[in-house]
Unconditional design. Structure first.
Length: 159
């Protein structure tokens, strides 16, 4: 833990269970080698879908961008206040895109380059090699994009 960070006791039991539906293959073996966000990289990554779910890819042809949800399996889950290494100030977990959260679910909008069987090649991921895959959804620019959205603390930091 870094100075000023605060952890809480985790609940005694889980409320739900989920399936890992594949693994994500990326060039990065260590967290510190990953891009900080998906727009920082042009590296092609491969989503290896469990063949059981292959039929669920039907209709993805013609989809240019997908929402990829993945499970940050190396992240701790108990921090409520965090001081990420690349930001100077401490903030609440829900004000951050840090992988450290009660349910370490990550999301990225990735460009879909091709689908070969149960392998999807994409650009726009920021996780370590072998990260478990939770879900894939088409990205709808018409409803998912909010061009005038802003994050106050981040805007101030850029000035
Ligand atoms: C800031 S998070 C953003 C994740 C996602 N784009 C989001 O916004 O939900 C990305 C960082 O998580 C860390 N990371 C990558 N893969 C991880 C994993 N499997 N477990 C824990 N941390 C991971 C790396 O330090 C990477 O730079």
């Amino acid at each position: 833990m870094r100075e000023g960070e605060v952890a809480v006791e985790l609940p005694a039991r889980f409320d739900a269970s989920l399936y890992f539906i594949g693994r994500i293959r990326t060039p990065w073996k260590r967290r510190e080698d990953c891009p900080k966000n998906p727009r920082e990289t042009d590296a092609a990554c491969v989503i290896e879908l469990d063949p059981r779910w292959r039929a669920a890819l039907e209709g993805l042809e013609g989809v240019t961008h997908i929402l990829v949800l993945y499970w940050m399996h190396e992240a701790r889950r108990d921090l409520v206040l965090q001081a990420p290494r690349h930001y100077s100030e401490r903030r609440g977990t829900f004000a951050l895109r840090s992988p450290v959260r009660p349910n370490p679910i990550a999301v990225s909008v990735a460009r879909l380059l091709r689908v070969d069987g149960d392998r999807l090649t994409v650009v726009g991921l920021d996780c370590i090699d072998g990260t478990p895959l939770l879900d894939i959804k088409p990205y709808f620019a018409s409803t998912d994009s909010v061009p005038d959205a802003s994050v106050g603390w981040h805007e101030k930091q850029k000035r």
